[in-house]
Design a protein around this ligand. Structure first.
Ligand code: BGC
Length: 793
C-alpha cells in the first residue's frame, strides 16, 4: 500500500526553482550486465535490521576546546527571531548548491555550501583535483593533507563557507557501487586517515568540511524512495542497509569517528534507510552514535532531498534541511520543506522543544565563532569570476603521479628509455570531446573524474596523448596514434603502423562511474579488453594504462606481450603530465591499491541490491550479511586467490622490510578503556597509543623511490568473536629512499586498533592473548613479524 508523504504541519514554505540543476549521466556499459536479486529475508528481522530509538538529541557540550565559541554562538542564537531561527536551519534559493539566508541586522553573511570532494564544482576558474580513490592510492598523508588544503583554499577564495567533502560513505562494501571513487579505500583504517588529513586540510584553509554520507550509503540503486506520478505517494521506500552493531562500529562508523576527531564542522546524513529508518531521521545513528558516542559537536546536514519528516527528523538529530523546499528526488516540489515555517509552528504549538532548535543553530554557529571564519563575497561564475587556481596545477600533477599504481612491469618495460617509435592507442588517450563538466560516458576523450555531484568542471585538461608527444619530442621520437576503439578492435595493427613498427605500444583505457547508478560490470569500458588483445597480438611491448573509477578485472594481465600495467584512476586536470612523468621515469611509481583486484567480477561478495522483484513498499532490503568481510578481509578469510591484492603496488626499484620492534607505551594495558569524558571522536582512551612498532625499510634496487610499508594486525583467534578478519590494516607510511638507503619507520598502535566492538557490553574490548603484527609491502606480502600480548590469556 502506498503511504502518502504528509507534511508534519500545515504551513507550506514558498517554493523556488532548484538553484542548480545537477547533470547526471547514463550508466556504464557492457555485455555482461550485472544484476543481483536480493532474497527477501524476513526471518532475521529480529537479529538486526532494526534501529532502536535514542532520544533526546544530545546538545553540543563545547568539549574539545569549543566552550568559549559555544557561548558566543548562544549569544547570537538569543538575538534571533523565531522566523530567523527557522531560516537558519532550512536551505533557501541562492547562488550555491546549498544556501542559508543572510541575516543582515546581525551581520550574519549567510552560508554558501558547494560540492564536492575533488573540486568546487559549480564554479569556473577552479581546479579539478584527483578523485578520492586516487588520493587514497597515494598512501601518503602529506599528499592527502596538501590536496585537502589546496581544495579548501579554492572554496574559500570563491566565497564558499562549506565544502561538501570528503566522502567515506560509500566505504567500498561492494566493488560495483557507483560512488566508491568519490571516497577513498575499501578499508576503514586507510579511509579514516584520509578523512582526517582531508578535513584538517579543508578547515585549516578556512572552509568547513562535511564528511558524508552518514551512514551505510553503500549503493546507488534505490537510494531514494520511488514516488507515484503525483510525487506525494511512496510506491517503494529507499533501500535499507541492514548492518549489525559490530560491523557498524568496526567498518562503517570507523572513518566517521576519525572525521569527528578531526573536528569536522558538519556531517551529511544519507539518502538510504539504515536498519529500517531513513538516514536523516535515524535517532540511533544521529543521536546515539554520532552525537552521543562520538561526541560530534557540529551540525548534521541532510543530503539533498533526503528529509522525509519535520519534527521527527529534528528529534532524531537532523540539524539542517538541504536544499530546503527546493525540490528533492521524485517528490512533488510544491510540497515545500518539512522545515522552514513548519519549524516555527512546531515550536509555537509546543510540538518541538525550543531548546532543541536553539541547539541546532548553536551547533552551526559555534564553528564560525571559534575560527572567526569570514568568507569572500560569493563569486562562482561569470565575467567577474575570480581565478582561484593559483599554482595548484603543479600539485595536481604531482598528486596524480604519486598515486599511479604500477601493477605489472616485466622485462624492465618501464620506465621508457627514449624510444624512437611510439604507438598510442585507445579512446582515453586524446582530448575531451563533449564538454568540461561531468564528462559522462562519452566515447572520445580522456577521463579525469567520474560523474554526478562529485565531479568538477575542468578549465583545461592535459591529455595523455599530448603529454606523451611533448615528452617524445625531446627524444626526436615518432608518435603514431589510433584513438578509435572500433577501428583498433577490428584491425590488424601491423597494417595500421606499417611500415614503422613501434618499440612500445601504449594503450589508454577508461571506465566510467557516477552518482545515481551502480556499475554493471567491472571490465574496462568501450571494449577495452579487445583493444588490448588486438594490440598485444602483434606488439611485443604493450603498456596498458587505465583511467578508472576503481576496480577493473584485468584478464589481459597474463598476456606475455602486455609488459606493463598502470592503474591511474581519476587523476584530475593534469592527467597526461602525471602519467608521462611515470612512463618516462621522472617519477618512480609509489601508488598502491586501495582495494583488491580479483580474477573475475563474480569473485567479489556483497553485491549491491539492484533488483527487487516484489512490489511491497518495504521490500528494498540490503542485508550486510558479509559483516566485516569486505574486500581483502573477505578474500583472506576464504583463502581466495586474487590477481592483485589490497595494498599492492610495484616500483622501478625494490624494497625490503626487516626487524620489526615493539616498544610498549602503556605498562598496564587494561581490557577495556577507562571511561573518560567524551571528546570529539569518542572516548579519548580509545585513541591512546599503546605500542610503537618500528620496522626497517631498505631500498634494495638501483634507483631512488618511495616505499609504502604497511602494518597488519591478526587478533588472537581463541578470544576474539567469530568473523574477525584474518588481517586488518592498522598502520602505513610512505618513505622516500635513495638507492641503497635504509630508514626506520614507526607505526603507533592505538587502543582502538587492537580492540573489537563487543555488542554485549557495548564497548571496545582488547581480547586476551597474542596478536601477530605483520609488516609488509601489501596485504599478502608480509616481510617481518612481531607478537604482542597486551592482556595475558
Ligand atoms: C549528493 C551529495 C551532494 C548533494 C548536493 C546529492 O545528490 O548525494 O553528495 O553533496 O547532492 O549536490
Amino acid at each position: 500500500m502506498a503511504s502518502p508523504r504528509i507534511l508534519l504541519l500545515s504551513a507550506l514554505a514558498a517554493v523556488a526553482p532548484a538553484a542548480n540543476a545537477q547533470n547526471f549521466g547514463g550508466g556504464a556499459r557492457g555485455a555482461d550486465d550485472f544484476t543481483y536479486v536480493q532474497p527477501l529475508n524476513t526471518t532475521i528481522l529480529s537479529a538486526y535490521g532494526h534501529s532502536p530509538a535514542v532520544y533526546p538529541s544530545p546538545k553540543i557540550s563545547g568539549n574539545g576546546g569549543w566552550k568559549d565559541a559555544m557561548a558566543k554562538a548562544q549569544d547570537f542564537v538569543s538575538q534571533l527571531t523565531p522566523e530567523e531561527k527557522a531560516d537558519m536551519v532550512t536551505g533557501a534559493a541562492g547562488p550555491c548548491v546549498g544556501n542559508i539566508k543572510r541575516i543582515e541586522r546581525l551581520g550574519f553573511n549567510g552560508l554558501c555550501l558547494q560540492d564536492g570532494p575533488l573540486s568546487i564544482r559549480v564554479a569556473d576558474y577552479a581546479s579539478v583535483f584527483s578523485a578520492g580513490v586516487s588520493a587514497a592510492a597515494s598512501w601518503d598523508r602529506k599528499i592527502l593533507y596538501e590536496r585537502g588544503f589546496a581544495m579548501g583554499e579554492e572554496f574559500k577564495a570563491k566565497g564558499a563557507h562549506v565544502a561538501l567533502s570528503p566522502v567515506c560513505g560509500p566505504l567500498g562494501r561492494s566493488a560495483y557501487s557507483g560512488r566508491n571513487w568519490e571516497g577513498f579505500a575499501a578499508d576503514p583504517y586507510l579511509t579514516g586517515v584520509a578523512m582526517e588529513e582531508t578535513i584538517k586540510g579543508h578547515q585549516d584553509a578556512g572552509v568547513q568540511a562535511t564528511p558524508k554520507h552518514f551512514i551505510g550509503n553503500e549503493q546507488e540503486t534505490q537510494r531514494n524512495p520511488k514516488f507515484d506520478e503525483t510525487g506525494t505517494n511512496v510506491i517503494q521506500e529507499a533501500v535499507s542497509s541492514n548492518i549489525d552493531d559490530r560491523t557498524m562500529h568496526e567498518l562503517y562508523l570507523w572513518p566517521f569517528a576519525n572525521s569527528v576527531r578531526a573536528k569536522a564542522a558538519s556531517i551529511m546524513c544519507s539518502y538510504q534507510r539504515l536498519n529500517g529508518s531513513y538516514g536523516c531521521e535515524n535517532s540511533k545513528t544521529l543521536n546515539g552514535l554520532l552525537k552521543g558516542e562520538l561526541g560530534f559537536q557540529g551540525y548534521v546536514m541532510s543530503d539533498w532531498g533526503a528529509v522525509h519528516s519535520g519534527v521527527a527528523s529534528i528529534e532524531s538529530g537532523l540539524d539542517m534541511n538541504m536544499p530546503g523546499g527546493l525540490g528533492s528526488y521524485g517528490m512533488d516540489p510544491t510540497l515545500g520543506s518539512f522545515f522552514g515555517a513548519n519549524v516555527t509552528t512546531a515550536v509555537n504549538n509546543g510540538t518541538l522543544d525550543a531548546t532543541r532548535l536553539d541547539d541546532m543553530i548553536r551547533r552551526l554557529n559555534t564553528f564560525f565563532k571559534k575560527k572567526d571564519w569570514k568568507a569572500e563575497d560569493w563569486n562562482m561564475t561569470g565575467e567577474s569570476s575570480r581565478d582561484v587556481r593559483g599554482n595548484h596545477g603543479d600539485l595536481i600533477r604531482k598528486h596524480g603521479a604519486e598515486a599511479t599504481v604500477l601493477l605489472k612491469n616485466v622485462n624492465k618495460a618501464l620506465p621508457l628509455k627514449a624510444p624512437k617509435s611510439i604507438a598510442v592507442f585507445g579512446n582515453d588517450a586524446g582530448d575531451i570531446t563533449e564538454g568540461f563538466l561531468n564528462q559522462k560516458d562519452y566515447e572520445f576523450g580522456t577521463l579525469a573524474a567520474g560523474g554526478g555531484s562529485g565531479t568538477g568542471r575542468l578549465t583545461y585538461i592535459i591529455t595523455p596523448l599530448e603529454a606523451v608527444k611533448a615528452r617524445a619530442k625531446k627524444d626526436g621520437a615518432l608518435v603514431q596514434q589510433w584513438l578509435n576503439n572500433t577501428l583498433i578492435a577490428s584491425s590488424n595493427v601491423t597494417d595500421l603502423w606499417n611500415p614503422t613498427p613501434p618499440e612500445v605500444c601504449i594503450v589508454f583505457l577508461k571506465t566510467w562511474a557516477e552518482e545515481g547508478a551502480d556499475r554493471k560490470h567491472l571490465s574496462v569500458d568501450w571494449d577495452g579488453e579487445e583493444i588490448v588483445a588486438s594490440v598485444a597480438k602483434d606488439c611485443a611491448n604493450t603498456v596498458v594504462v587505465t583511467h578508472s573509477s576503481g576496480i577493473n578485472v584485468l584478464p589481459f594481465a597474463d598476456h606475455p606481450n602486455v609488459t606493463a600495467i598502470l592503474a591511474a584512476h581519476y587523476p584530475g586536470q593534469e592527467s597526461g603530465n602525471s602519467i608521462a612523468d611515470i612512463l618516462y621515469g621522472d617519477v618512480n611509481p609509489s601508488g598502491h591499491l586501495p582495494y583488491t583486484i580479483a580474477f573475475n567480477g563474480t569473485d567479489y561478495n556483497a553485491p549491491p541490491t539492484t533488483q527487487v522483484n516484489t512490489t511491497g513498499i518495504d521490500d528494498w532490503q540490503s542485508w550486510f550479511d558479509e559483516k566485516l568481510e569486505i574486500d581483502y578481509r573477505y578474500f583472506d578469510a576464504h583463502n581466495i586467490s586474487v590477481r592483485y591484492e589490497f595494498g599492492f603496488g610495484l616500483s622501478y626499484t625494490t624494497f625490503e622490510l626487516a626487524d620489526v620492534k615493539v616498544e610498549t607505551l602503556d605498562s598496564a594495558i587494561t581490557t577495556t578503556p577507562k571511561d573518560e569524558p567524551i571528546q570529539p571522536g569518542g572516548n579519548p582512551a580509545l585513541w591512546a597509543p599503546l605500542y610503537n612498532v618500528t620496522v626497517e625499510v631498505s631500498n634494495t634496487g638501483d634507483v631512488d623511490g618511495a616505499a609504502v610499508p604497511q602494518l597488519y594486525v591478526n587478533f588472537p583467534a581463541a578470544t576474539t568473536p567469530a568473523g574477525t578478519p584474518p588481517q586488518q590494516l592498522r598502520g602505513f607510511d610512505k618513505v622516500m629512499l635513495k638507492k641503497g638507503e635504509k630508514a626506520t619507520v614507526s607505526f603507533e598502535l592505538m587502543r582502538r586498533d587492537l580492540s573489537y566492538w563487543d555488542v554485549v557490553s557495548q564497548g571496545w574490548v582488547i581480547p586476551a592473548g597474542e596478536f601477530t603484527l605483520s609488516a609488509g609491502l601489501s596485504s599478502r606480502d608480509f616481510k617481518a613479524q612481531a607478537k604482542v600480548t597486551p592482556i595475558k590469556a
